[in-house]
Write a protein that binds this ligand. Structure first.
Ligand SMILES: Cc1cc2nc3c(=O)[nH]c(=O)nc-3n(C[C@H](O)[C@H](O)[C@H](O)COP(=O)(O)OP(=O)(O)OC[C@H]3O[C@@H](n4cnc5c(N)ncnc54)[C@H](O)[C@@H]3O)c2cc1C
Length: 386
């Protein structure tokens, strides 16, 4: 069988891409080495924050508008919920870099944000125990989306539109020929006009990119809120908080409605460059990360069990500048498309990345504003970073 497009990796970006391609009438094969949603990649953990006042860079905001539209379109098509509008409270000390960048994106794109004084936010959300000198910006349109539920639904929909999805099949290598591409798995060899790499943390095993991708292990913890309804969706926002003197930010979610599935409790994590991923989990690192989450919990939360009940790990794939790579691979006659290096903040973009990748594979280009995510930018970096 010859395909129009083969998608390598049916996870966050791959599932949305298979759906987009199949919806446009392309003959698609998606190949996934594990099952549809699993715990070996980057999408574990029931929820991901979605927000528009983007502190990583304001260039993402137009893509976020499209992504919100994509999630709504999926909800309309399925009569299921994928996006929960809880709002997001950003907390940090005065002159905090994250808060300043949130403000900058909001100003540039006229996004709705609200500044909350200490008295206001402690009254609104007594769940937090935040230092008096912390500032708070609230983004009402933010919330969370659901990775496992999203990936499964996109994949099901892609199948309904005619996509073939193979699971438990691993791509071992690929080759570009003058007017087609071959992909060899542990089971057989396939031929297609184009291929798309959405292989997440495993991309380095398939592609010798000039730019270095760094895969790290990140931890997520769930805590029992002791039946305190204040911690449920509807009573508490998602949140992001810098802890003075520490790199990165802590973040978390209210207790999920049961329909989302996964561990019960409130989930929280630490967005920072974790340790380089090693197949054999280092127990000392696990203990250290758990202690760090527990310490944060003790310091900044009230009236929850001060002990993590479930802990899971998940992978980040960093690019040197922590911005995504979404591009055609150079010198491949527009046959090879790549989307990787989502650097711990990609999931919310799945619908729009799916669209962009389908554009690149089927049209050789996209009208979506993805230029700043191209591979070309790395030639501007010093050789040490490449
Ligand atoms: C702890 C944690 C918290 C996060 N929080 C947020 C957040 O709040 N908001 C947000 O937007 N993002 C967040 N992210 C980031 C987001 O989850 C990732 O950016 C996103 O899931 C990456 O998607 P992906 O498609 O690249 O990877 P994946 O979803 O892992 O998909 C890649 C797929 O490719 C498959 N594959 C790889 N190699 C092969 C092969 N050779 N053959 C066949 N299949 C293959 C893999 O098995 C996998 O299923 C978080 C990530 C983590 C780990």
């Amino acid at each position: 069988m010859v395909y129009d497009v083969i998608v390598i990796g049916v996870g966050s970006m791959g599932s949305a891409t298979c759906y987009q391609l199949a919806s446009r009438g392309a003959k698609v094969l998606g190949i996934e080495q594990f099952g549809i949603s699993h715990e070996n990649g980057s999408h574990t953990g029931q929820s991901r924050i979605i927000r528009k006042a983007y502190f990583e860079h304001s260039d993402y905001v137009p893509l976020l508008h499209k992504s919100y539209e994509g999630w709504r379109a999926l909800e309309k098509a399925t009569s299921m919920q994928f996006y929960w509008k809880t709002g997001l409270a950003y907390f940090g000390p005065e002159h905090d870099e994250m808060l300043q960048s949130v403000q900058k994106s909001a100003d540039l794109y006229n996004l709705k944000i609200e500044h909350k004084e200490y008295d206001q936010y402690t009254k609104l959300w007594p769940q937090f125990s935040v230092p008096k000198d912390y500032q708070c910006i609230f983004e009402p349109e933010a919330g969370f989306v659901t990775p496992e539920r999203g990936i499964k639904t996109y994949t099901e929909f892609a199948k309904q539109k005619g996509a073939e999805i193979h699971i438990n099949e691993q791509v071992l290598h690929w080759e570009s020929h003058s007017n087609f591409v071959t992909v060899t798995t542990n089971l057989r060899t396939y031929q297609a006009s184009r291929i798309i790499f959405t292989s997440g943390a495993f991309t380095d095993q398939l592609l010798a990119l000039k730019v270095k991708l760094k895969v790290t292990r990140q931890y997520l913890g769930w805590v029992n809120p002791n039946n305190n309804l204040k911690y449920n969706v509807g009573n508490m926002p998602c949140w992001l908080m810098t802890d003075e003197g520490k790199e990165g930010a802590f973040y978390g979610f209210p207790q999920m409605p049961e329909v989302v599935g996964g561990p019960q409790g409130i989930k929280f994590g630490y967005h920072h460059p974790g340790e380089i991923f090693d197949e054999v989990e280092d127990k000392e690192i696990l203990v250290k990360e758990e202690a760090r989450l527990n310490e944060f919990l003790r310091q900044y939360f009230t009236k929850v069990n001060r002990k993590i009940e479930t802990i899971k790990s998940c992978k980040y794939t960093y690019t040197p500048d922590e911005h995504f790579i979404v591009d055609l691979l150079p010198d491949m006659s527009e046959r090879v498309v790549i989307a990787c290096g989502f650097s711990g903040h990609g999931f919310k973009f799945s619908p729009v990345i799916g669209e962009a990748l389908a554009d690149l594979a089927l049209e050789g280009g996209s009208d979506l504003p993805i230029g700043f995510l191209g591979l070309g930018r790395f030639s501007l970096l010093s050789p040490m970073l490449q």
